[in-house]
Ligand binder design. Structure first.
Ligand SMILES: Cc1ncc(COP(=O)(O)O)c(C=O)c1O
Length: 391
């Protein structure tokens, strides 16, 4: 039976212990499993059909989360990791070898880029291009072994026409990783557009409470699942059962949280757009945004996520005064959790960028990024207004 995302998010783990009457997923806090018959040397099989002997490979709590995420992202299987970066590393390992070229967005998550650039010591070349422009499609033609795009970029929240990039990747036979962290399966399912894999930092919206670090890869092909499973086993980068338990708990409320965070973000974006101390607001849900039409054609719902950026009138001094001036809103680098967080992109996302790259992406010294949490929008606006009134 085809179930809708909010139903799937609660029931999709499929765990049910009828004998004990338990339908919540327990934490299987075990490193090892007993062999059913020590004479044969043959372990039990997991529900994936693989040896169930050691939790670096398979674990029931982790498996329940994987079933859940595979359903939400409309894949055939899912693998969860100890962080988003561990998931990215496994994807790189599975597709890259000496002489390979990887194409990444200029604006992608800094550590995703840094890891690819560090692979130059193994003879791998990292090429950068703006993923919201034709330049990315052009660079795909240059013998690329692996490409990655983020559905919504950071910090400028540009919506990328992933459908078009995925189509070109298929034509050229280039495997495409879609990092769907900022948009979540509530808005978009990249595998439906033939991405090679969908990737998440579970640390953000999916676990949703700023208390878990995790990552996931969802695949549309069993063979890819096997290959990535083997890389995860060798890299030793599986998630812990407790973090999987917390993430399952988070997923149950994903849609409700994402809706409220998106509504809060839109309300704050509209408030800031009219504020005399604000130069410009960047949010794809604003009718003034050049990315709204791409968002409306790509996304399943008229929601645009909880992240927005804005430029304060003035320069670095004024932006930092706002950063230091909020009380409710914390200055902290993550996003997607229940608490609203504010960051200064010059120190975070753009830390390793050249001046020229920052200019190309319109990242300036008066820019701030806000991840709207689940607080009351009025309280958030008042907090920002108070901080802005001090400059
Ligand atoms: C879009 C995106 N992808 C991947 C990552 C890496 O995930 P993690 O921090 O869980 O390792 C991040 C982290 O901020 C991110 O923003």
């Amino acid at each position: 039976m085809m179930r809708r995302p909010s139903t799937e998010a609660i029931h999709g783990h499929e765990y049910r212990d009828r004998e004990r009457g338990v339908f919540k997923v327990p934490i299987y806090q075990t490193a090892v499993y007993e062999y059913p018959d020590s004479c044969t040397g043959k372990p039990r099989l997991s529900d994936r059909g693989l040896d169930l002997k050691y939790s670096r490979e398979e674990n029931h709590t982790i498996r329940a989360l994987e079933r859940l995420l595979a359903k939400l992202e409309k894949g055939v299987d899912c693998l969860v990791f100890g962080s988003g970066m561990a998931a990215i590393a496994a994807a790189y390992f599975s597709k890259l070898s000496a002489g390979s070229r990887i194409l990444l967005p200029l604006e992608c998550y800094g550590t995703t880029q840094e890891l690819a650039q560090n692979l130059s010591k193994f003879g791998i070349e990292c090429i950068l291009a703006r993923s919201d422009t034709g330049e990315f499609l052009e660079k795909l033609e240059g013998g690329i072994a692996l490409a990655l795009v983020e559905t919504i970029t950071n910090p400028m929240v540009r919506v990328v026409d992933v459908r078009e990039v995925a189509k070109r990747c298929r034509e050229l036979d280039v495997p495409l990783i879609v990092d769907n962290t900022f948009s979540t399966p509530i808005l978009y399912n990249p595998l439906e557009d033939n991405a090679w894999i969908t990737l998440h930092s579970l640390t953000k919206y999916i676990s949703g409470h700023n208390d878990v670090v995790g990552g996931a890869i969802i695949v549309g092909d069993e063979e890819d699942a096997k290959s990535l499973w083997n890389w995860r086993r060798k890299l030793g980068s599986i998630m812990s059962p407790f973090d999987a338990f917390l993430t399952i708990r988070g997923v149950a409320t994903l849609e409700a949280r994402f809706e409220k965070q998106s509504k809060n973000a839109l309300e704050i974006a509209e408030f800031l757009e009219d504020h005399p101390k604000i130069e410009r607001v960047y949010y794809p849900g604003l009718s003034s945004s050049p990315y709204k039409s791409t968002a409306d054609s790509l996304f399943k719902r008229r929601l645009y996520g909880g992240v927005l950026s804005f430029k304060v009138r003035g320069g670095q001094r004024e932006a930092l005064e706002v950063l230091r001036g909020t009380e409710l809103i914390k200055s902290s680098p993550s996003l997607g959790g229940v608490e609203s967080l504010l960051t200064y992109p010059v120190w975070t996302a753009a830390k390793n960028m050249s001046r020229e790259q920052m200019e190309m992406l319109e990242i300036s010294e008066n820019l701030l990024r806000l991840s709207a949490g689940l607080e009351d929008a009025e309280d958030l606006k008042e907090d920002l207004d108070k901080a802005l009134s001090k400059i």
